[in-house]
Design a protein around this ligand. Structure first.
Ligand SMILES: [Zn+2]
Length: 201
């Protein structure tokens, strides 16, 4: 670990450069100097019949967490999977698998965030899930099962991000093998609302 963003040195050059590009883009967002120009019809036409994103992003549906904006990206760059609480399930796993196997993305960003409503709701309704939102809650309870005394929702979200990585590694042969063969790097990240910064955790 000896670069500005604490990107691990052992990952592939491809993953490193794409991840660095995204984290630099995030700094553009934070500094109010976004550079993305590829948000126009011309770009869409260029990619009308194919796509070549360089990262898959799994994050929350939260309206404040918009990957293309916070990473200073445009059309065709990110393959985004958004679901409340960055929770997982078969469709989510297969969406990521598609990006890895068919689109050959070298980076998978798991992006948790501050003030996540799902973490708050889970904490309020632990350990008995209400009938509503039960499948979402069951995805975040494993963290509380281990650390019931968590009081900080933002810390809870970061622990959940680590749990999601474990889940993907255990439930997907495609993802597991890609990681082991250094074709994919899973970057666990957290989005800080007060600063706008995305940092690796
Ligand atoms: Zn959220």
């Amino acid at each position: 670990m000896e670069n500005n963003f604490n990107i691990p040195l052992h990952i592939s050059e491809k993953a490193k450069s794409e991840l660095e590009k995204l984290l630099k883009g995030n700094r553009n967002f934070v500094n109010g100097t976004p550079t993305a120009k590829n948000m126009c019809l011309e770009t869409l036409k260029k990619y009308a019949f194919h796509q070549e994103p360089y990262a898959v992003v799994l994050t929350c549906s939260d309206s404040r967490v918009v990957p293309e904006i916070i990473f200073d990206c445009g059309i065709g760059e990110l393959f985004v999977v958004r679901v409340a609480g960055m929770t997982t399930g078969a469709n989510v796993v297969e969406s990521i698998e598609y990006a890895v196997k068919k689109l050959n993305v070298p980076v998978c960003i798991l992006l948790g965030h501050d003030d996540c409503g799902v973490m708050k709701y889970a904490k309020e309704n632990y350990p008995e899930p209400k009938q509503e939102f039960s499948s979402i809650l069951k995805c975040v309870y494993p963290v509380l099962d281990k650390k019931e005394d968590i009081t900080c929702h933002n810390f809870f979200a970061q622990e959940h991000t680590k749990w999601v990585e474990d889940y993907l590694m255990k439930h997907s042969v495609i993802i597991n093998e890609a990681v082991k063969n250094q074709k994919l790097f899973i970057a666990k990240c957290h989005f800080d609302h007060s600063t706008g910064l995305v940092n690796l955790i």
